[in-house]
Design a protein around this ligand. Structure first.
Ligand SMILES: Cc1cc2nc3c(=O)[nH]c(=O)nc-3n(C[C@H](O)[C@H](O)[C@H](O)COP(=O)(O)O)c2cc1C
Length: 167
């Protein structure tokens, strides 16, 4: 089963965490996962994906304009109704608005007929409520690494749910 992670990233943080989520997805047997920048989405692969996770940096406590525009103009071409959807964010500050970014993406997915999921408290600790947020300034790989296990686990949980729903 194919799964896609699609992201907007300017200084590399969100791109890096998208790859970590894809790694977690691939740890589940039978899952083929790829991560794409919004500028280079493989529309065939994403269209065939049963689950799409979207990620974005936090800009002024909101999605970046680039991601917002992509969701409005391009995302709807990926055959979204009935797919499993999830969202993640990166931000520089713990109260900088990362969860608002996730909520905006999930709202968009719901509006497009996707089935949104995060695992929430149902998968035990660490609890991931709306989706994971990694906190780091631009290009601060050391800070991002502290979130790798959480993001890998999130990818694994999304893939396990996709397998349960669609296999
Ligand atoms: C224009 C701009 C606005 C930003 N606004 C916020 C913000 O409101 N809250 C926050 O926590 N971080 C903010 N940041 C920091 C980025 O969200 C953060 O460093 C992110 O990980 C960068 O992602 P990227 O490397 O994938 O581009 C802002 C960065 C930029 C460039």
């Amino acid at each position: 089963m194919k799964l896609s992670v699609i992201y907007h990233s300017v200084s590399g943080n969100t791109a890096r965490m998208a790859q970590v989520i894809a790694e977690g997805m691939k740890s589940v047997p039978g899952i083929e996962a790829r991560a794409f920048s919004i500028d280079a989405v493989d529309a065939d692969f994403a269209g065939e994906s049963r689950c799409i996770v979207v990620g974005c940096p936090t800009y002024v406590a909101d999605t970046s304009a680039g991601l917002h525009l992509w969701m409005e103009k391009e995302m709807g071409r990926l055959g979204l109704p009935g797919k499993l959807g999830g969202a993640f964010a990166t931000a520089q500050y713990i109260h900088g608005g990362g969860e608002l970014v996730i909520q905006a993406i999930l709202n968009h997915m719901l509006t497009m007929g996707m089935l949104t999921y995060s695992g929430g408290g149902s998968r035990g600790k660490p609890v991931i409520h709306l989706g994971p947020v990694a906190i780091a300034g631009a290009g601060d790989t050391e800070a991002l690494m502290a979130f790798d296990d959480l993001f890998r686990l999130y990818g694994q949980r999304m893939a396990e749910k996709a397998a349960e729903l669609f296999d």
